[in-house]
Design a protein around this ligand. Structure first.
Ligand SMILES: [Zn+2]
Length: 548
């Protein structure tokens, strides 16, 4: 028996090896395309004919993109062109492909919206977008949001119920960078688990900020809440219970805006309205600093109202914001003083050169003397506790760990959505394949929170297609990395480019270069490939591919 097994095994290996030599090396010989290349039945036929002539057996066709529009029929998206209202070109295309033995994988853009101008679903529903730490939104679906996930799962449901596709491929299934997403929902969900808002992980004291200022030098009746490392007062507080006046002793700029906004948000949790007095003879703002703060309020969706008369607003539950002050006259100070005494709250930030004109402001602010001009990065350290000023309560080591968790948490948002889609697809039809087009190595994937190796490990995709539109050297090193995770490349299908840049334009790549890369991945044991993309498939290349 032992001997027999010794004889059978080499035979079996020989048979398998021979089998793979019989032109069946690549299970998937795919190509990427956009559905908008299909304009009518005729172009559909031509495309299928061309794909067939290259003996490719799979097409990964983008069907949801273009500003949240779709190429398939659904109640949850507008059609990408009007013709689709009369004619279901996607069904026709799928039938044509299947007739020629070509599998059809419907590809979704999950992140990038792809709209032009205001033409897109995210213009209509801006709250579905991602946000950075400054509260600035971007035309990109926030996969961390429940509403976005539900919308995309419904779209998928309509597709899978009505079209006999062979699988689904997720694309742009990531955030654009580590700078996203800091929206209320994403940060709130993190806080529910870890007890801290990620924005505070970055901006709780002690924190290093770019500070530009001609500060007031010392406190008289105010108390210092935070100082710069050189001893200069950074934040001071004058208390007139229940009123108070908080002074930021510098010009709030890009570097300190997220810090400033979070304090403002904290203040607005207990106060109802934010009011900014219009500039006048008695009150002047540094134009640049003023504009910067107003922009930040708008980007950060913080409501405020410009007002003429302070006497018109209720002192209780109101905050007066004086952004980038450079002129503060005596009469104005008296008005603010009485606002404070009646329980009003005031936040003052300085202009670039501090307060240049006016009288009586030292008494109002509880600070005096002109400090030397400073400009650079300074560490802000806490002096006194105050509910509005976040201080990181734990060690810096703990802070570093939590920041790592914040990265992992956001990777998890993407991963859990992939899993949701996987389950949905398999529930609908167990034989459907779910794949994802991904950044081609771990380093790049990590930078966009796309943890695709873990997707493979946890079995939430059937395979991934790393978009390795790179030179041979990088392709070889990518193959090495892929094989260290997936030695037989059973779940990693290389994506190769068939275009190249010439004088800034995308043109078809030399067929020799394409075929050389196909040989490289074949020698490494790849089970298939996907080419990017259809418009660059020349007749010459098709002939070469047909010989595979
Ligand atoms: Zn978000």
């Amino acid at each position: 028996m032992k001997n027999l097994r010794g004889k059978i095994l080499p035979c079996l290996i020989l048979i398998l090896t021979n089998f793979s030599l019989l032109g069946r090396d690549f299970e998937i010989r795919g190509i990427w395309m956009q559905a908008t290349e299909i304009r009518d039945k005729k172009t559909a036929e031509e495309i299928v004919q061309k794909i067939s002539s290259a003996k490719l057996n799979a097409v990964f066709i983008l069907v949801y993109y273009w500003g949240g529009k779709s190429f398939f029929r659904t109640d949850y998206a507008q059609p990408v062109n009007e013709r689709l209202r009369q004619e279901d070109l996607f069904t026709y295309f799928i039938d044509e492909c299947h007739r020629r033995g070509i599998k059809v994988y419907a590809r979704f853009s999950n992140g990038q919206e792809g709209g032009k101008g205001n033409d897109g679903i995210l213009s209509t529903y801006p709250h579905l977008q991602i946000e950075n730490i400054r509260g600035e939104r971007m035309r990109w679906f926030d996969i961390g949001k429940k509403e976005v996930r539900e919308l995309q799962v419904k779209l998928l449901g309509d597709l899978l119920e009505n079209y006999p596709v062979d699988g689904v491929q997720l694309d742009y299934i990531r955030f654009p960078s580590l700078s996203y997403c800091y929206c209320e929902e994403c940060t709130g969900n993190f806080k529910n688990i870890y007890g801290v808002n990620p924005i505070e992980l970055y901006y709780a004291l002690p924190v290093s900020l770019g500070i530009s200022s001609t500060p007031l030098a010392r406190a008289t009746r105010a108390k210092i809440i935070a100082r710069l490392e050189n001893g200069v007062p950074a934040i001071s507080l004058r208390e007139d219970n229940p009123g108070w006046l908080l002074l930021f002793n510098w010009e709030i700029n890009k570097s300190s805006i997220p810090f400033f906004l979070q304090i403002l948000r904290r203040a607005l949790e207990s106060e109802k309205g934010l009011f900014i007095p219009l500039p006048r003879r008695e009150l002047g703002y540094d134009e640049e600093g003023f504009g910067e703060i107003l922009r930040a309020l708008r980007n950060g969706t913080i409501d405020y109202k410009m007002i003429g008369e302070i006497a018109d607003i209720h002192c209780e539950e109101s905050i007066l914001l004086l952004p980038a002050v450079q002129r503060l006259g005596e009469k104005m100070c008296a008005e603010l003083e009485s606002f404070l005494r009646s329980g009003g709250k005031i936040i003052v930030t300085l202009g670039r050169e501090g307060i240049k004109e006016g009288r009586g402001y030292e008494r109002l602010l509880g600070m005096e003397g002109k400090g030397a001009r400073i400009n650079g990065y300074y560490l802000l350290t806490p002096v006194e506790k105050h509910p509005l000023i976040p201080v990181f309560p734990d060690s810096q080591e703990k802070r570093r760990k939590l920041l790592e968790e914040w990265i992992n948490f956001r990777k998890g948002l993407i991963t859990s959505f992939v899993e949701e889609v996987y389950k949905k697809a398999k529930r609908t039809n167990g034989s459907l394949t779910l794949s994802a087009a991904v950044f081609y190595n771990k380093n790049l994937g990590d930078k966009v929170l796309q943890d695709w190796y873990s997707w493979l490990e946890n079995g939430v995709v059937d395979f991934v297609a790393p978009m390795a539109y790179v030179d041979d050297k990088r392709l070889l090193s990518a193959l090495q990395e892929w094989k260290s995770y997936d030695p037989h490349l059973g779940k990693i299908l290389p994506g190769l480019s068939i275009y190249q840049l010439r004088k800034g334009r995308e043109v078809p790549k030399d067929k020799e270069a394409v075929m050389r890369q196909i040989r490289i991945i074949k020698n490494a044991g790849a089970k298939g490939f996907i080419l990017f993309s259809f418009p660059f498939l020349t007749d010459d290349l098709a002939k070469e591919l047909a010989k595979l």
